[in-house]
Design a protein around this ligand. Structure first.
Ligand SMILES: [Zn+2]
Length: 197
């Protein structure tokens, strides 16, 4: 037997995403989808309170949605941002979202990426990262830990020659992005920090 990894998003994601040809015109529209995915994931009980989307920054079309499926998929890797980037790269058939010939790719995350997702963003080839809720929102509203991110992590992404810069925007629809975090706590969702359950 050859080991193989399979990960999938919950079945409701297709319904939440809707028309795949839709063009998203603004950061707020794009973030609203990431937040809607996070909220639905809480409501459906299919994972942690996080959503993320990779968009084609040229056309405004969705390339890949993602939600947190850590517990159902039985892997600590399956954060929303990781799922969105994995799916985008598999769909486009490349490990490098900054590859020649591709439009600039953007990652929208309903909450600030953790230490793992920071690394995933670093190597992914996305050219822009837009964040909803802050690290302090995640930690205070849910109890999830974000891990030891480097000092000045956003500046490091934005200035890292010879790699292409990743522009970072924070606090996009922050208040709306805090909602799924609150609801997850109210629903007593699993806080799956390692070794603490
Ligand atoms: Zn993460």
């Amino acid at each position: 037997m050859v080991p193989e990894v399979r990960l999938k998003l919950p079945a409701w994601v297709a319904d939440q995403v809707g028309d795949p040809s839709r063009r998203f015109d603004s950061d707020r529209e794009k973030m609203a989808l990431a937040i809607a995915l996070a909220s639905r994931n809480v409501a459906e009980g299919t994972g942690g309170p996080f959503g993320a989307c990779v968009f084609d920054g040229g056309s405004g079309r969705l390339v890949a949605p993602g939600v947190n499926v850590v517990v159902p998929a039985a892997t600590s890797v399956a954060h929303a941002e990781a799922m969105a980037i994995l799916i985008a790269q598999q769909r486009l058939g490349t490990h490098d979202l900054a590859a020649e010939g591709l439009p600039p790719m953007e990652l929208f995350a309903s909450a600030q990426p953790c230490i793992q997702c920071y690394g995933i963003v670093w190597w992914s080839g996305v050219r822009r990262l837009v964040i909803g809720a802050r690290e302090s929102d995640v930690e205070s509203l849910t109890g999830f830990q974000e891990g030891a991110l480097p000092e000045r992590w956003a500046e490091r992404l934005a200035d890292r020659p010879p790699l292409p810069p990743v522009e970072v925007r924070t606090d996009c629809l922050r208040e709306e992005a805090r909602e799924p975090l609150r609801r997850y706590r109210e629903a007593e969702g699993v806080i799956y920090n390692p070794g603490t359950a």
